[in-house]
Design a protein around this ligand. Sequence first.
Ligand code: GLN
Length: 508
Amino acid sequence: GSSPHGTILGHPDSLFVLFFTEMWERFSYYGMRALLVLFLVSTAAKGGWGWSREEATSLYGWYTGLAYATPILGGYLADRFLGTRRAVLIGGFIIAAGHISLFLDTIVSFYAGLSLIIAGTGLLKPNISAIVGQLYNKDNEQGRDGGYTLFYMGVNAGAFFGISLCGYIGEKISWNLGFGLAGVFMILGALQFWFGQKIFGSIGDVPSAESRAAVAASRDDEGPAHVVRDRLVAIGVFSFFTIFFWFAFEQAGGSMTIFAADYTDRTLVGTGGFIFKVINSLMTLIPAAILSWLWIKLAKATGGRIASSNAVLALALLLIWGLSLWMLGREFSLEQSEVPATWFGVLNSFFLVILAPYFTKMWDQWWNPSGPIKFGMGLVLLGLGFAALSYGSAGIAPGAKTAHVSMVFLCIAYLFHTMGELTLSPVGLSYISRLAPARLLGLMFGIWFLNTSIANKLAGATGSYIDHISETYSMSTFFLIFTLIPIGAGLVMMLLNKWMLGKMHGIR
Ligand code: GLN
């Protein structure tokens, strides 16, 4: 096999080097993203630029849209010239430079920073996703879905701490420090990958005739031209269906925050407020503990082999603990009687970190239906999340500006969204890695992410109709639309199961 070394949770230890690198990259991406709009719309007195909400969300839409479009270039460059590993490294340092540029706080450095992050993400994101798949081959093939699911746990651990810590520091201390913090972790992540990369052996080397032959030999035979073509069609269909998923999912981000802010009852007095603080603390400390536990496993499994990488990682985790405890301490000393509306935004990544190991176990050992069925289920689960919101908001009259709906509906919605995401998104990466010919691996991940880019732009465009729809019809109708779209798409995907299996030629 490609990983003659130790295993952790039944997966190659090298998976966890990728896990932590992607974790810091996503920390910086989501942390910065969480600040962007808030920073732009804040008044100059509060250190912002005083933009209108429309201007700010438009830039946000462009930024996230482009960050998911450049992977197509980054994937191509890795396939042809750089190799996946070098692309990840260069991308990581370019992203870090971008965050430092944002930290500098001038107009020019701000746009330069955004551009650098967009370019660096294009190099890093598709290629780190590709390396995960390269750790699985004939010998450990059954672990692939579960491996991607663990990797995806890293994505969301990063999102969780990025949104909480950068968001908190940016909003309560200074925007620049928030942006800068994102940069610090990206530098640590890139260093950790640099020191740790010998663990990958020849995986992700600069492409050469020999390395291509070695990769091809480690996989099942690519097969004749029509098989390759059919599998590319399957990649296209899977990627296309993700548009429905991310469209509704990203739409959720916007409309659910509005719902949280205007329509839910978040007032907690006395013990209620105290219990919230305790829950909030557990929510921060449990993911931090899981990460530390994984790091100990990694340090043990790799022994002295990647000691410097582990040292950098330990430093980063110590920083996370320090910052988290500082943040929680500060919050505890406040007389706080309301759950902030933005708090719901981290529920998704929190649930994901907690549930991912169970999904990994499920795919590894208990039950693993075919790809189109999993995709369909993911879409249906997303729709069910919106159904909870539609039901919960049924009592709100059209055009009402406030209401007092229980927060429980939002929590249920995020739980279902997360289960849907786990059933579709990491598994989707896994299918791309199996269906793509080795020489086009990076490019195919680029195509996969390009659909997120399209979905994000679509969600941005329809987002401006929320006010209109909820006034003319109702919040409940709005959520009902987003119940029906993904469920419809999910059922179609399931109906296509047989046809898709034909196109996939033996890959289930
Ligand atoms: N949360 C995922 C990530 O950032 C979303 C990826 C996607 O394809 N939209 O990796």
